[in-house]
Design a protein around this ligand. Structure first.
Ligand code: ARG
Ligand code: ZN
Length: 871
């Protein structure tokens, strides 16, 4: 048990910094266990006060502290485990400090650490304080000059900005000096040193400047950075065209590292990436990997303006940069890969991660008001819901005014740290709209429940829509206000053709109804016949919607809603209801047949994009289904979903086999969206065939695996074999390991695949894999491949009635917490849903959370999430 309860940090306690730091000179003398860091900071008092100077610093071995060249006596300063305090410093002065740190033993991967024998950094959110004493808060912006000295075996010496000087030193050593002319908060500082190969390219910007582009990777891997480089150049052009944003330094660098707690990091001019989100070639990366690389390269690049040039005043404003930058990368991906398919994928991810979070004990607003560890708030709510809020803003004021508001924001706040209020103020100003009610989307947690009822009056030719919203209580927020919610609506006739109508005397095909209060009613006129209502098109708001539509309306939509999102959604709604009925012991066999038939017709649509069809073939995930009806029984859901898959498989047998043959790849691999879409559909067809295993399908899957010329198809074959199980699967699994054992990113896939195996025997296999020589808790990618995949994507086995799945997760959390609290904390979430499950399962989950909270020496990170999950 903890002896003291950690105290939360609150937004309402925000105070401007007592001292500002204008320039920073750092000198690194790199050595794995004994790196020396000298800092010279020019500091000035901010305002008129007598407060001490308090600088953050953790795990630093003090060597010296001097003011204006004079070493301070012990009595003139205090140093504890978290801060350096200097009472009564002058109004303006230079502080010179020296510390020693041990990057080699830094397994938290926060601050300066070593990965694969190279030095690298991760400073967001509060890692810089593990490098030197500093005001480690995002509203202290300084200009940095960084000198790095190291043995020449650390070949490349990189930091932010421009290279000013480099050369040799005596004793087989060398140095480099970097200067970043743009003031930045310390969380954007980066340093990398080590042996790396380089992929070089360049790009001419909109104003005609040539930018030097360099991607650094493990020796021998430069070829695998070509796709990331291509994505980078497309991102840079896109940001010029879509937002008028030009790159500002002469050099842009990206480094890939193997050991990284997150996806990637937007350090100024020197992005650092988890290698899994940067390296790709057809043999080792799947289409999904390519897709994620494209979007994350874009995301980190876009941060140069939304994050770096304009940053956050405090960490409560995290969504200011993250939600906005996700919105920007989603818009980019939509332009690269097709709007509808991108939107469906984004909404699937939102539902799977954010909706679950928002409906459980860890629910928090897009802008939280308190935290223990900010690292726990890099959540789906801040990122994905944060992006949805911006999308709604754009829908509400329209694309032109949205762009104007962005321009004003860039103009007004460039070079500053600011807040969400100031961001929204820009849009209120350019649109003349009062957005104060809209701001509640940032402050209120919870997924709104929207209900839509419709009534057609044939005599009057009018359609009345009755909308209402309700938001359930979330932790700390028992009462909710209504949120202004844009609902995009169109009408279809019985054949699925667009039905025009009038609203306020204006003829139109589509309209946006804004639900401002708890209830609203809208009447559309000139409606020729009883329509099918296609509502919440493009998922215009992050809500759970219920309607009074009959299944026949959904079938009309599935066959031909011109809004492709809703066409897909109609299929998902039908499938969900059928699966839930079956899980509740009331299977609707007639409905299931009808559904299979409708999917068959949708598949036959020659005009539809293969990527879209692949999405149509996938049933709602087990975790989405578990959210839809509570208490959830994962075993019943799994069985019912499998049964519907089997029926589809039988019904579509011929069609699926035809697709499988017809879409066979010819010629060279290309990662473009159209080729990826064809592979996705072919693999989805195989996947569904495998739901009804017969010897011919086992052979088909085996042949698919063995004939694969790229990783997408190899994984497609292997997962189909996994569903079928038996000898062929075991043989392929062994073959795969053997073939790829020297490729860590591929071996991650090998672990993740087995973690997703729904077979009865899989839990035992997963437990056994922790003893596999290739398993490594200290590498976050490997840990997540096995543990997060199992807990998050294998509900049938994670929720084993014995509780062994939960115990396994808790064991891993406690072990990892001993050296990497941030990554351990990110494993807690699957236990947080304990109230949503059947009482027997819920009690077993809760018991593991209790065990975690009571463990001695627990980190604040894990404590915060586990204790909130229990509350
Ligand atoms: N800012 C990074 C991004 O682009 C993520 C940093 C994650 N840091 C953390 N402490 N969780 O998304
Ligand atoms: Zn980001």
């Amino acid at each position: 048990m903890r002896t003291e309860t950690p105290q939360p940090i609150r937004l309402s306690d925000y105070r401007p910094p007592a001292y500002l730091i204008d320039t920073v000179h750092l000198t690194f003398d790199l050595a794995p266990n004994t790196t020396r860091v000298k800092a010279r900071l020019t500091i000035r008092r901010n305002g008129d006060h007598a407060e001490p100077l308090v600088l953050n610093g953790e795990k630093l071995k003090p060597i010296s502290v001097a003011i204006d060249g004079r070493e301070l006596a012990e009595a003139e300063r205090t140093i504890d485990a978290e801060v350096l305090t200097i009472p009564n410093p002058p109004a303006a002065f230079e502080l010179a400090t020296e510390v020693e740190i041990d990057p080699e033993n830094n397994k938290a991967l926060d601050g300066l650490y070593m990965s694969g024998g190279r030095f690298c950094t991760q400073c967001e959110a509060e890692g810089f304080r593990k490098i030197t004493w500093f005001a480690d808060r995002p509203d202290v912006l300084a200009r940095y000059t960084v000198r790095i000295e190291a043995p020449k075996s650390f070949q490349r010496l990189l930091s932010n900005g421009n290279l000013m000087e480099a050369g040799d030193l005596p004793g087989g050593r060398h140095f480099a000096v970097w200067n970043d002319p743009f003031p930045k908060p310390c969380y954007l500082f980066a340093l990398v040193a080590g042996e790396l190969d380089e992929l070089v390219d360049s790009l001419v910007t909109m104003s005609g400047r040539t930018i030097d582009l360099r991607i650094y990777v493990d020796p021998g891997m430069a070829d695998r950075a070509t796709y990331a480089m291509d994505a980078l150049k497309r991102s840079m052009k896109w940001d010029e065209e879509a937002f008028g944003r030009e790159y500002d330094l002469d050099l842009f660098m990206i480094v890939a590292v193997r050991d990284f707690n997150f996806g990637a990091m937007e350090n100024k001019g020197l992005n650092i990436f988890n290698a899994s989100l940067l390296l790709a070639d057809p043999a080792t990366a799947t289409d999904l990997d390519y897709e994620r690389i494209e979007s994350v390269v874009a995301h980190e690049y876009f941060h140069n303006w939304t994050g770096d040039r304009i940053t956050c005043r405090d960490w409560f404003q995290l969504c200011l940069k993250e939600g906005l930058t996700v919105f920007r990368d989603q818009s980019f991906s939509a332009d690269m890969r097709g709007e509808a398919v991108q939107r469906i994928k984004d909404v699937k991810a939102l539902r799977a991660r954010q909706f679950a979070e928002d409906q459980g004990p860890l629910a928090h607003p897009v802008r939280p008001s308190s935290y223990l560890k900010i690292d726990n708030f890099y959540t789906a709510t801040i990122y994905e819901k944060g992006a949805e809020v911006i999308r709604m803003l754009r829908t509400l004021i329209g694309p032109e005014l949205f762009r104007k508001g962005m321009d004003l924001y860039f103009d007004r706040w460039d070079g500053h740290a600011t807040t969400v209020e100031e961001f929204i103020r820009c849009f209120a100003e350019v649109s003349g709209q009062d957005l104060s009610d809209f701001f509640a989307w940032y402050e209120q947690a919870g997924t709104p429940r929207l209900d839509l009822k419709h009534a057609y009056d044939a005599a009057a030719r009018t359609l009345t829509l009755e909308l209402s919203q309700k938001i359930d209580p979330t932790p700390g927020q028992p009462d909710k206000r209504p949120l202004p919610t844009p609902v995009r609506v169109g009408l279809l006739d019985a054949e699925g053709r667009t039905l025009a109508f009038q609203r306020d005397g204006q003829a139109m095909d589509e309209t946006v109804v804004v639900l401002k209060d708890a209830k609203a009613s809208v009447t559309l006129t000139d409606v020729d016949q009883a329509p099918v209502v296609s509502a919440l098109r493009g998922f215009s708001a992050p809500v759970v919607m219920t309607t009074d539509a009959a299944p026949k309306d959904r079938y009309v939509q599935l066959a031909g809603d011109p809004d492709l999102f809703n066409r897909w959604e109609a299929g998902q709604d039908l499938a969900r209801d059928l699966i839930l009925a079956r899980a509740a012991g009331k299977p609707d066999e007639v409905g299931e047949e009808r559904y299979a038939h409708a999917v068959q017709r949708a598949l036959a649509d020659q005009a539809a994009d293969p990527a879209f069809k692949a999405l149509l073939l996938a049933l709602p995930s087990e975790s989405d289904l578990a959210l839809a009806r509570q208490p959830a029984d994962p075993a019943a859901i799994h069985a019912a979903r499998d049964a519907l898959r089997q029926r589809l498989s039988l019904h579509l047998d011929e069609d699926l086999k035809r697709l499988h043959i017809g879409l066979q790849g010819l010629g060279d691999f290309s990662p473009d969206a159209a080729s990826a879409g064809r592979r996705a559909l072919r693999n989805a067809a195989l996947d569904l065939l495998a739901a009804n295993p017969r010897s011919e399908i086992a052979e088909l899957a085996d042949g698919h695996y063995r004939a694969a010329l790229n990783m997408t198809d190899a994984m497609g074959g292997l997962s189909a074999l996994m569903q079928i199980g038996g000898e062929a699967f075991e043989a392929a699994l062994a073959d795969f390991f053997d073939r790829w054992k020297s490729e860590p990113l591929v071996i991650d896939k090998w672990f993740a695949l087995q973690a997703r195996d729904p077979a009865d025997s899989a839990l035992g296999r997963v437990l056994g894999l922790t003893a596999h020589p290739a398993f490594d808790q200290k590498n976050p990618n490997r840990l997540r491949a096995l543990v997060s995949t199992f807990a998050g994507f294998n509900p049938a086995r994670f929720h084993d009635p014995s509780g062994a799945g939960y115990r396994f997760l808790a064991d891993q959390i406690l072990a990892v917490d001993g050296f990497n609290p941030m990554t351990a904390a990110r494993l807690v979430e699957p236990l947080g849903g304990w109230r949503r499950y059947t009482p027997e399962l819920g009690a077993l989950m809760k018991a593991q959370l209790q065990r975690i909270v009571e463990a001695p020496g627990l980190s604040k990170n894990v404590y915060e999430l586990a204790s909130k999950a229990l509350a």
